[in-house]
Design a protein around this ligand. Structure first.
Ligand SMILES: [Zn+2]
Length: 282
């Protein structure tokens, strides 16, 4: 409880917050985290961009797993951590919310100024003509072409991907772009792929205008997130983090709250919000 009241003080003391969220914010919505409490990979490392582009079997495997993973991703609903951050924005305290998550749950909870640093899993992009189309559209085509895969179940990962062991992916039929025949890829930044520069610049502009940084549910192990904490620290501004495990920026933090995100932030929702947050974990 000491940590929770300190977080409240931290939030009250700093008027403009730069908020960065990660996988820990969405775990209570049923979207699993990639990493354990020490920041290590829980399962195999996610697919690399170079593998996806270079190898047909990698794309077959990716889309076969994605076909199943999307079912859970599509059903996910925001939890109290998302709601609390939407409340904070409605109070004029958050200029921009930068998320490493690709699930769209901040927007579903009512946040408006969201920078999806790593893209959105509900959008698919053609790598050749840049055409974008809804994931639901591609999902329907995947199911139609691959009825035997559509009935499989698996353990999903946070990007809508899923772990499918012992399955032969050779027969999987991956659709191409209707317009140009190019490769289709979820509009998500893969490992080994750059975050679009305009997104990063927009985030840094918000960071410069903020008084303090609040990290919610991120281990900051990926540089694309860590660099914001580094820049904040270099500017001499304080950083608070809510995360169940180690973060790469632990030595930069003014405050560390080792609690579930929804629990730590529930005070922003008032007494009713706290009751809801408690029910989530029963
Ligand atoms: Zn195309």
């Amino acid at each position: 409880m000491i940590a929770a009241s300190s977080l409240r003080e931290f939030i009250e003391r700093h008027e403009k917050l730069f908020v960065l969220t990660g996988a820990g914010c969405s775990t209570a919505s049923g979207i699993p985290d990639y990493r354990d409490a020490d920041g290590e990979w829980k399962r195999g490392r996610p697919i690399m961009f170079s593998d996806f582009v270079a190898h047909e079997h990698s794309r077959k495997r990716y889309w076969a797993r994605g076909l199943i993973g999307w079912k859970r991703m599509r059903a996910a609903r925001p939890n109290d951590a998302h709601s609390a951050l939407a409340v904070l924005e409605s109070q004029g305290r958050v200029a921009e919310l930068v998320t490493q998550n690709v699930d769209g749950l901040h927007q579903a909870a009512g946040s408006r100024n969201v920078i999806d640093l790593h893209g959105r899993v509900d959008v698919v992009r053609c790598l050749t003509c840049e055409r974008r189309l809804p994931r639901e559209h591609v999902q329907a085509e995947l199911v139609e072409r691959n009825p035997s895969f559509a009935v499989l179940d698996a353990v999903e990962a946070p990007d809508g991907d899923a772990a499918l062991e012992g399955v032969d992916f050779a027969a999987f039929d991956v659709p191409a772009c209707d317009a140009c025949g190019g490769l289709l890829k979820p509009d998500v930044v893969f490992f080994g792929e750059r975050v679009p520069v305009e997104r990063v610049q927009r985030a840094f502009t918000a960071l410069e205008q903020a008084d303090a940084m609040l990290v919610v549910g991120s281990s900051l192990m990926v540089y694309s997130g860590y660099r914001f904490a580094r820049a904040m620290a270099d500017a001499g501004k304080p950083i608070a983090a809510v995360n169940l495990g180690t973060t790469r920026a632990d030595d930069l933090l003014a405050l560390k709250v080792t609690e579930r995100c929804a629990d730590a932030l529930s005070f922003l929702l008032g007494p009713a919000g706290r009751e809801t947050a408690a029910r989530v974990y029963i």
